[in-house]
Design a protein around this ligand. Structure first.
Ligand SMILES: [Zn+2]
Length: 342
C-alpha cells in the first residue's frame, strides 16, 4: 500500500439521490421545503444536464474524485451500497462503519459507549500509528460511538475546546467563536463550521496519520425540512473536502500517500417526496447509501457502474487494508471491498 495516512469523512444522512443526481426539483419546488426561495435554489444548483447538475452541488466529487477516485452507490446502474444494520439511523450506522459489524444490540442513539474495538482504536494500537489517530465530530455522541475513554483516541465533539493546554491563536479564536455561536441543537451538536476548522487546524499543525471528521448539518436541516440549508450544507462539505485535499497534496507527509474515504451513516426516504426529511426503519429505502474513495491505492474508475451489492460494514476492513493492516477484533468483521484497492 502507498497510503500512509487516511482521512475518513462522513456527512450525516446525505442521500445518494443528491450525490448522483444533484438537486431534486420535486423537493425544491415544494413550498414546505424550499425556505421560500426556490429561485436561489435553481440559480445555484440547477442544470438541465444531470452530470452538470450534480457537479453544481458537489464540485470536488464530480471533478477530482470522479477523475482520480471512485464513487459507489448510483442505484440507476444497480451499484448498491446498503446499511447492513436494520435501523437506518445514526449510532448504529457509525458503529457499523467503524467496527465492520452490524451489531443489532446497538439500537439507540443514546446507546452507551461502544463495547466493540473500532478500526480507529485498532489502528491506534499499531506501533507506527499510536497517538496519531484523532476524531472530530459535530455530534457529541461520537465520544460514545468511538469509546473515547477506553480507546484513548481524542474525540473532539460538539462543544469541546480544541488545542488542549497550548492552543494556537487560530484555535483560541475557534474556541471563542464556538462558545458564542448559534446553538440550534443545544449542546448536542455544533455547527459544522467549527468541527471543520478544528479538524483543519489539527491537520495542518499536528499532522495525524488517521483523521476522522464527522459533519452533521446535512441530517439536521433535512429533519427540519429545510432543503435549501440541506443542499448548502452538502455543498459546503464538498468545498471543505477540496480544502483538505489541497493541503494533503501540498504537504510532503501527505502528498500521494493519503487516502480520503467519504461516506454517510444512513440514507433517507424518497418515495413520495416528503419522506426525504426522515430515515429509520419505518422509512422506505432509508438503508440506501453511498461512499467515495480517493487515494494512491484506489484505481481511477470514477463513477462505478457495475451491478454489485456492497454494505457499510465492509468499510472498516477496507480502511484497515488501505493502511496496510488486517483489522482483527473479538466481533465479526466483514471483508474489505476489493475493487477499492489496487
Ligand atoms: Zn444520522
Amino acid at each position: 500500500m502507498r497510503s500512509e495516512n487516511i482521512i475518513i469523512i462522513t456527512t450525516d444522512g446525505l442521500r445518494w439521490q443528491e450525490v448522483f443526481r444533484g438537486i431534486d426539483t420535486a423537493i425544491a419546488n415544494n413550498k414546505n421545503f424550499n425556505e421560500g426561495d426556490s429561485v436561489y435554489l435553481f440559480k445555484k444548483y440547477w442544470s438541465n444536464d444531470q452530470s452538470e447538475r450534480r457537479k453544481k452541488l458537489l464540485s470536488f466529487f464530480w471533478t477530482t474524485i470522479a477523475g482520480k477516485g471512485q464513487l459507489y452507490g448510483n442505484r440507476s446502474y444497480g451499484n448498491k451500497v446498503n446499511n447492513a444494520n436494520p435501523y437506518w439511523f445514526s449510532y448504529p450506522g457509525y458503529s457499523e462503519i467503524m467496527t465492520g459489524y452490524a451489531d443489532t444490540a446497538i439500537n439507540a442513539n443514546d446507546y452507551p459507549p461502544n463495547p466493540h474495538v473500532t478500526v480507529l482504536e485498532f489502528l491506534n494500537r499499531q506501533p507506527k500509528l499510536k497517538g496519531r489517530v484523532v476524531a472530530f465530530g459535530a455530534w457529541n455522541a461520537f465520544d460514545r460511538i468511538l469509546n473515547e475513554q477506553r480507546s484513548g483516541i481524542p474525540v473532539i465533539s460538539a462543544f469541546d475546546g480544541i488545542g488542549g493546554n497550548n492552543p494556537t491563536a487560530n484555535q483560541k479564536l475557534i474556541n471563542k467563536m464556538l462558545a458564542d455561536s448559534y446553538k440550534p441543537w443545544l449542546t448536542d451538536e455544533c455547527l459544522d463550521v467549527f468541527t471543520h476548522h478544528g479538524a483543519f487546524e489539527e491537520l495542518k499543525t499536528k499532522k495525524p496519520r488517521v483523521l476522522y471528521i464527522a459533519y452533521g448539518e446535512t441530517d439536521e436541516w433535512a429533519h427540519s425540512g429545510q432543503y435549501r440549508s440541506y443542499l448548502d450544507a452538502a455543498h459546503q462539505v464538498d468545498a471543505w473536502i477540496k480544502q483538505i485535499w489541497d493541503v494533503v497534496q501540498s504537504d510532503p507527509q501527505y502528498r500521494d500517500k493519503t487516502t480520503l474515504f467519504i461516506t454517510t451513516d444512513h440514507g433517507r426516504g424518497d418515495k413520495i417526496k416528503t419522506e426525504w426529511t426522515s430515515h429509520g426503519s419505518s422509512i422506505k429505502d432509508a438503508y440506501e447509501m453511498w461512499f467515495a474513495v480517493l487515494g494512491p491505492d484506489t484505481p481511477a474508475e470514477g463513477e462505478m457502474k457495475t451491478h454489485v451489492q456492497l454494505y457499510q460494514k465492509q468499510f472498516a476492513q477496507t480502511i484497515a487494508k488501505l493502511m496496510g493492516y488486517t483489522y482483527k477484533a473479538k466481533h465479526p468483521v466483514a471483508e474489505e471491498i476489493k475493487t477499492v484497492i489496487k
